[in-house]
Write a protein that binds this ligand. Structure first.
Ligand code: FES
Length: 70
């Protein structure tokens, strides 16, 4: 069953369980889940009042619309 999962973060979540930090993906675009792979750079131009839909393969925006109740 396909689904849309909303991610509001535009960067990774940093955790430091060991002697070096680990970055967990917070944007939902990584190809190496749950770890950040730098794909969040695609989110940099996002506006907070808009909703973005990304193509899972190309990680490019395929739809953009106003965010809020519909
Ligand atoms: S936070 Fe998602 S790829 Fe970096």
């Amino acid at each position: 069953m396909p689904r849309l999962v909303r991610h509001d973060l535009t960067g990774p979540i940093k955790i430091e369980p060991q002697d070096k930090p680990v970055f967990i993906c917070g944007c939902g675009l990584t190809r190496n889940f749950p770890f950040c792979d730098g794909s969040h750079k695609a989110c940099k131009a996002e506006r907070p009042d808009r909703l973005y839909v990304y193509d899972a393969d190309t990680q490019t925006v395929v739809e953009e619309r106003p965010d809020g109740p519909s």
